[in-house]
Design a protein around this ligand. Structure first.
Ligand code: V0D
Length: 266
C-alpha cells in the first residue's frame, strides 16, 4: 500500500474516534517551528514559512470539515519585528500570497476571516490585503478563521485598560462597574468565547504572550513536531486527547455538582 493510502487510513481511523458532541468550539494554534524545519533540511528560513503556510491550509480544511467553529492562528507576534529585516519583509508578504490563493475557497466554505493585533502598524500592502479579506468575508456565517498578526497578549490587556480608563474619565463608567466582562469587551477577542484548546508544536512548552487573559482555562496540547510537518493526523490526535480530558474550570468534577461546565454561552 502507498504511504499516502496509509496516511488516509490513519486519518480515517482517528476521525472515527472523534466525538461530534464534544468538539473544542475554539482552537488556538501557535504556528511555530518553521525556521527550524528549514534549517534541518538545509533550506532558507523563508522555505520554512512557505511550508508552514501549506500546513495552515490543511488545518483550515480539516477544521472546516470537522465543524470547528473558531480557529485562531498566531501568525506574527509583536516580538517578531526583532527578526532580520529580510525575514520580516518576507513574512509581511504572506497574508497577501495566502489570500490571493485561498480567499475564493474560504469564501466558498462560508468562512469569516478576522484579524487581531496592532494592525495599523503593518505595512500598507499587508494591511490592505488583510482588510480586504475581512470585508469580503464579513457577511459569511460559517467558521471564524482568526489571525493574530502583530499581536501580543500583554499589550492587548494594556490597551483594554487604557480604553476603560478613558471611558471612566469621560464619565461613561465608574470603577465599581469594572468587571471581568467589561475587560473582555475591550479585548481583540470581543464577542468570541475563550479557546478550549491550545495547540503548540515545535517542542516549546510556553504560552509566549498569546491570548493571556483568554487562556485561563484552556487545555494545552504540546508536540515536538514542527509546524510545517503538522497535519490532519496530528490535529485529530490533539482533539482526541482534548476529548479525553476532564474540564473543571476551577470547579469540582462535572456530575458531582452543577459547577462542571461554566463555559459562557456564545
Ligand atoms: C508564516 C506559518 C497566513 C507561520 C504560516 C504576517 C508563519 C505562514 C497568514 C495570514 C504566515 C495572515 C492574515 C490573513 C491571512 C493570512 C500569515 C503571517 C505569516 C505573518 F488575513 N500565513 N501567514 N501571516 N505564515
Amino acid at each position: 500500500m502507498s504511504s499516502n493510502a496509509k496516511k488516509l487510513e490513519r486519518e480515517a481511523r482517528l476521525l472515527g474516534q472523534v466525538s461530534r458532541e464534544n468538539l473544542p468550539f475554539h482552537i488556538a494554534i501557535v504556528m511555530d517551528g518553521n525556521g527550524r524545519w528549514a534549517r534541518k533540511r538545509g533550506l532558507p528560513r523563508i522555505a520554512g514559512h512557505r511550508a508552514g503556510m501549506n500546513a495552515l491550509k490543511e488545518i483550515v480544511a480539516s477544521s472546516h470539515e470537522l465543524g470547528i467553529k473558531i480557529l485562531t492562528c498566531y501568525a506574527f507576534s509583536t516580538e517578531n519585528w526583532k527578526r532580520p529585516r529580510w525575514e520580516v519583509d518576507f513574512l509581511m508578504r504572506l497574508p497577501e500570497e495566502y489570500l490571493r490563493k485561498e480567499l475564493p475557497s474560504l469564501v466558498e466554505k462560508n468562512i469569516i476571516i478576522r484579524a487581531m493585533g496592532d494592525l495599523e502598524r503593518l505595512p500598507e500592502r499587508t494591511y490592505r490585503a488583510v482588510n480586504n479579506a475581512l470585508e469580503s468575508t464579513r457577511d459569511n456565517s460559517g467558521m471564524i478563521l482568526n489571525f493574530a498578526i502583530n499581536y501580543g497578549g500583554r499589550s492587548e490587556i494594556v490597551k483594554a485598560v487604557k480604553n476603560i480608563v478613558q471611558k471612566a474619565l469621560a464619565g461613561e463608567l465608574v470603577p465599581e462597574d469594572i468587571s471581568g466582562d467589561v475587560l473582555e469587551n475591550h479585548l481583540h477577542t470581543e464577542g468570541l468565547p475563550d479557546p478550549d484548546l491550545l495547540i503548540r508544536p515545535s517542542g516549546e512548552l510556553r504560552i509566549s504572550n498569546f491570548l493571556l487573559w483568554q487562556m485561563a482555562y484552556t487545555e494545552l496540547w504540546f508536540t515536538t513536531i514542527l509546524w510545517p510537518d503538522f497535519n490532519k493526523e496530528q490535529f485529530l490526535r490533539a482533539i482526541l486527547d482534548y476529548q479525553n480530558r476532564d474540564r473543571r474550570f476551577g470547579g469540582i468534577h462535572s456530575g458531582d455538582d452543577e459547577t462542571g461546565d461554566q463555559r459562557q454561552s456564545f
